[in-house]
Design a binder for this molecule. Structure first.
Ligand SMILES: [Zn+2]
Length: 175
């Protein structure tokens, strides 16, 4: 099955009846005729932080699958009751040991967490306030590199787009 329905429930999580795929304005949604439950298939929101030291940017190496060993901005999924900028600050603290201030929105990108989880990545500019640079949580290593010369492959296309934009802006600014 392709498209969002590959993630469809087959049975109602509330009353266990088989779900049928209803059609709401051309969008197929699994729904339960017994209790009215509807499964909305949405992308998962994630937040990332861009932290600069001069012309360098903070990158973390992933410790776990998917894409273990590859590199990303400090980033992670937003918790249920968490604001996106809080998530960016929390993930940065957990993965890099750095305390940051969120300065503003840099970009929003659509992406996919392999194998097929759609993600909306909200990217913030952030400034170091303190802490100690140390790989933690689900990071294997952390450090600062030029955005166009990371220490290894970048795990996700959305992060690659951010780094390409940073490198282009740096070139334009003569950094
Ligand atoms: Zn039901």
């Amino acid at each position: 099955m392709s498209g969002p329905l590959r993630h469809a429930f087959r049975y109602c999580p509330q009353c266990r009846q088989p779900l049928a795929v209803g059609d709401e304005g051309g969008v197929g949604r699994p729904s339960c005729s017994a209790c009215g439950f509807v499964q909305y298939l949405n992308p998962s929101p994630a937040a990332a932080a861009v932290i600069r030291r001069g012309n360098l940017v903070c990158l973390v190496q992933r410790k776990f699958a998917p894409k273990a060993g590859e590199w990303t901005l400090p980033a992670g999924f937003i918790e249920y009751d968490e604001a996106p900028d809080e998530a960016a600050r929390r993930e940065t603290r957990e993965e890099t040991g750095l305390d940051v201030r969120i300065d503003g929105l840099l970009a929003v990108h659509q992406g996919v967490l392999p194998p097929d989880r759609p993600v909306i990545l909200i990217v913030y500019a952030a400034t170091e306030l303190g802490g100690e640079l140390l790989a933690g949580d689900d990071a294997a290593a952390v450090g600062f590199w030029p955005p166009d010369a990371p220490p290894g492959p970048i795990a996700f296309s959305s992060h690659r787009r951010v780094l390409a934009a940073l490198a282009a802006a740096d070139r334009e600014a003569g950094r």
